[in-house]
Structures are given as C-alpha cells and as structure tokens.
Design a protein around this ligand. Structure first.
Ligand code: NDP
Length: 487
C-alpha cells in the first residue's frame, strides 16, 4: 500500500512562474473521495489573481511566439520527461484528487499528459502553411498563434486535461490560463510547476482555481482569444455563448451517451472487455464511455452471462492500494446524481442485472451496474449519467442498430465489435460520432484526433488538427507584376 502523502499544495494558484496565494478567495475543500476526508484546501481566485494571470500571460506570449519553435518543442519534451520521472508521485496525487485507483492513474493520466507534451513538442517546429499561384502572382499562408488561451477542465482526468490543452497551445506559441475543476484542483498546479522547471518562461502556463464564476470571468475577458473547455453540454452552451460576445475561438469537449454495437459474429470476450473498459473504468466517469451497449439478439445471452461473470474480478478498496481496480465517484454530488438515475430507471421497469446500489463503504461508492430490459426512450438510455452504469439493449439488424445508435443529441464516440471487416467500415461510416473504435474501446493516443460531433463538441483535441485549432491562418498575397487600376 502506498502511503498517503500530504496533499496540501504550496499555494492555490500558479501565476507568472510561481505559486501564488490569496486567502481572500472562497475556500474550496479538496476531499479524498474514497473516505470523504478533507485532505487540502485551496482558495478560489479573486479578480486580482485572475487579472494577474491574464496580464502575465499576455506579457509573456509575444516573446514566446517569437521563440524558435524548435526550442519551444524542446521545453515541452523536457517537461514530458520530468512527468515520466515523477509519474508515481503525480499518480498518487491524481488518485487523491479524483479517487481513481492508483492502478489506473499510474498508466493513464500523467503518462497520457506526458505523451501529449512529447507529441506536440515534436510537432512544434512543423507548423506549416500553403502556397498558391495566380498567374505570375502568388499567395502563401502562415499559421499564427491566437494569443492568450483559456483552458477549463473537468474533474475526471485533471493531469491529462491540463496537458492535452496546454501542450498544443504552447507548441504553437500561445500562452494559457488554465482553470481546473473545483473538485480536482491539485494536479494542474504540478503540471505548471514542471513546465517552469523544464524551462518554460514565467506567465505562459498559469493555473487559477475557482468555481464557475472564475471560469465565467476568464471566458469573457477581452484579452482572451480562445477558450478550450472540457465539461458538460450545459456548461459548453454557457461558455460558447460567453465567448461569442467577442468572437473568441472555442474548442468544446463535452458529454456523450455513446453506443457500442456488438454484432453476433464478434469475439464475445473482446466485446465484453470493451464494454467493461467503456463503462466501469474510472467508475464510469469518462466522457466517451459507451454506455448504450447494443448487442445483436443471437449473442445476447452469451454476452450478458460473460459480462456478469467478469464482475467477480472487481476489487474495490483503498485506491492507493495497487491491487484495487475499482474506485469511488469523485464527488458526493455526482454519486447522488447517479443514484437518482438508478431510482428512475427502476421505477420505469428496467431490470437491474448487477449492482444498482451505493456500496457500504465510507466515501462515494456505487456498484458497477448493468441494466437490461430497457426502452430507448428511458432516461437512463437517453441521458449522460457519468457513473458506472451500463445499459444493455438488444437489436436484430444492422440498419436498426445504426438508427438507434444515432438517435441521440450526443455524438462523441462509438464502438463496434465484429469480425466482418466490410461491415465494420460500412457501419462506422454511418455512425454520427466524432471518434469511433473498431474491435477496441476508449484508447486515445495523442496522434489521434479526439472530439465529438452534434452536441458533444466543437473542434478536436490531439493530433495535428489541434495545432490548427490553436492557430489561425494569415494569408499573404504577393503581387509580381504592375498594379492595374481603372483610371
Ligand atoms: P462541468 O460542465 O460541470 O464543469 C466543467 C468545467 O467548467 C469546470 O471546471 C467548471 O468549473 C467550469 N465551469 C462551470 N460553469 C462555467 C461557466 N459558466 N463558465 C466557465 N466555466 C465554467 O463538468 P464536470 O466537471 O462535471 O465534468 C463532467 C462533464 O465533462 C461530463 O459531461 C463529461 O462528459 C464531460 N467531459 C468531456 C470530455 C471530453 O473530452 N469530451 C472529457 C471529460 C469530461 P467548476 O468545477 O468550478 O464549476
């Protein structure tokens, strides 16, 4: 068992290259979700701290944009190395912040952040434009940084989200002010500290804590050129509306109610593993989860029985114990939301195949839950629950599966399991989802664009496309001949 370290950060915010405290801001307790204990306290940023963060970002950004991109990339790659060296400490902190088992955080959070810093560090010197000819004249394009960007994070992957937003922003010559979720304020501070240690000049990556009001202040500030949000659809609507006032650029990574289609020729064990990873990993608090599992009728019984057998392998316990593979919900409020959903779906007549209750432990625990005998119009099938609740539905034909999979306002992700490759590509082409997996689920390497269609988002994170989202095109027309005028 890993000892629990002191989680209290040196100060609440990281501004202009150093930790900054301002106790005038509202105190925000940091609660270890596995026990409900308060393990640290930070203070919401006052308007003064927000202003200092934005001022330092604006001041630092111009020099950073003029810095040789190879050097920018080198700093990001050095930060990636430092994160890897300190992976255990960062993972322990993330476990304390979120309640996710150390077994998960050791392999999927700080390491994923390091991957992004390394990837975008490598691409920093490869921001290119295009050339065009118009007779003797020609034109070319340059991709320019946007300026000061704001990143706003959800609670579920606090280290990864800070890096996924910070890395492409910094690689392309922007500065960032990042606001973590108020429930998981600790990890982004460490990312900021490591970036400075790696050589990032002060002011380029600032972290300010706060409740929604701080996020709202950041999204309306005229010095901000872009807002990149990871959060729910309702918050996305508010942030997009605030950003629209000054036509700020936006990237929105929002919620989902994604389908996994399991055809009757699928490898059932792979499909069950995909459904488990896509519903119970991080206790279901993953935006891209495939919470509507459509299973073709011929293998429904086999699928359900393998799935329920596999739940015997769930090991809840102190998330700092590396033998534990199942943790609590990150907040009490989220646990209550999930429990309310479970009450509703029971009242609507669904069958609870497994789980369905709060666990008898300190902290905010819910059993991994499998629901069946559902109708597509039930709330549990339509709404994002953001907890360990899998809805298993049955279908007969490919057309029916596609139509029902697409019958949702969300469009974040989709998965399908089949051994028929022709069918796999045919079905994927018909699915309304930003990210699809064939015979796999929820893997997100940094070289792969990630994001949603329909109400699940605008823009993409990761891959080269993220470099486009943190830059804008400047077009230059070059006249080679005489300038003709009518008179
Ligand atoms: P919320 O939408 O509640 O909050 C997201 C962030 O936005 C928080 O930092 C929050 O701050 C901030 N915020 C809230 N109101 C405003 C506002 N008016 N202006 C600016 N910022 C604001 O999401 P959760 O933290 O509850 O995270 C869960 C949601 O995130 C789920 O819907 C999930 O699907 C989605 N998500 C999407 C991902 C993706 O990549 N598509 C990945 C991970 C999660 P505060 O916490 O201080 O209120």
């Amino acid at each position: 068992m890993t000892d629990r370290p002191d989680a209290q950060p040196r100060a609440s915010h990281f501004v202009d290259g150093d930790y900054v405290e301002d106790r005038a801001g509202e105190p925000i307790p940091v609660i270890y979700p596995a026990t409900g204990e308060t393990i640290a306290t930070v203070h919401a940023a006052t308007p003064d701290v927000v202003d200092r963060a934005l001022t330092s970002a604006a001041r630092a950004q111009a020099d950073w944009a003029a810095t040789d991109p190879t050097e920018r990339g080198r700093i990001l790659r050095r930060a990636a190395d430092l994160i890897r060296e300190r992976n255990r400490d960062l993972s322990v902190l993330e476990t304390l912040d979120t309640g996710k088992p150390l077994q998960e955080t050791l392999v999927a959070d700080a390491t994923s952040g390091a991957d992004a810093l390394e990837y975008f560090g490598g691409l920093a010197a490869d921001v290119t434009g295009t050339t065009m000819r118009f007779g003797d004249d020609w034109a070319y394009t340059i991709r320019r940084p946007l300026g000061v960007c704001v990143g706003i994070g959800a609670w579920n992957y606090p280290t990864q989200i800070a890096c996924w937003k910070g890395a492409p922003a910094l690689a392309t010559g922007n500065a960032m002010v990042f606001k973590p979720s108020e429930t998981t304020p600790l990890c982004a501070l460490k990312v900021a500290e490591i970036l400075v240690e790696a050589g990032l000049p002060p002011g380029l990556f600032n972290v300010v804590q706060g409740l929604g009001a701080v996020g709202a202040a950041l999204t309306t500030d005229p010095r901000v050129a872009k807002v990149s949000l990871t959060g729910s659809v309702p918050t996305g609507r508010k942030v997009a509306a605030a950003a629209a006032g000054e036509m700020k650029h936006v990237t929105m990574e929002l919620g989902g109610k994604s389908p996994i289609l399991v055809f009757d020729d699928a490898d059932v064990d792979d499909a069950v593993s995909g459904a488990i990873n896509g519903n119970f990993y991080s206790s279901g608090q993953v935006c891209s989860n495939g919470t509507r599992v459509f299973v073709q009728s011929g293998i429904m019984d086999a699928f359900l029985s393998r799935l329920t057998e596999r739940l015997a392998g769930v090991v809840p316990g102190d998330p700092l114990d590396e033998g534990v593979n199942y943790g609590p919900m990150t907040t009490r409020a989220q646990m209550d939301i999930v429990l309310r959903h479970l009450d509703t779906v029971r009242a609507e007549g669904a069958r609870v195949v497994a789980g369905g209750k709060r666990m008898d432990r300190d902290g905010w625990w819910i059993e991994p839950t499998i629901l069946a005998d559902l109708r597509d119009d039930m709330a549990a099938v339509r709404e994002e629950i953001f907890g360990p609740v899998m809805s298993v539905l049955t279908f007969a034909t490919e057309d029916e599966a596609v139509a029902r999979a697409n019958d949702t306002p969300f469009g974040l992700s989709a998965g399908l399991f089949t051994r028929d490759l022709t069918r796999a590509h045919r079905v994927v082409a018909r699915l309304q989802a930003g990210t699809c997996w064939i015979n796999q689920y929820n893997l997100t390497p940094p070289g792969m664009p990630f994001g949603g269609s329909k109400q699940s988002g605008i823009g993409r994170e990761n891959a080269r496309v993220a470099m486009d989202h943190f830059t804008e095109v400047q077009t230059v027309y070059v006249g080679m001949g005489p300038v003709e005028a009518a008179y």
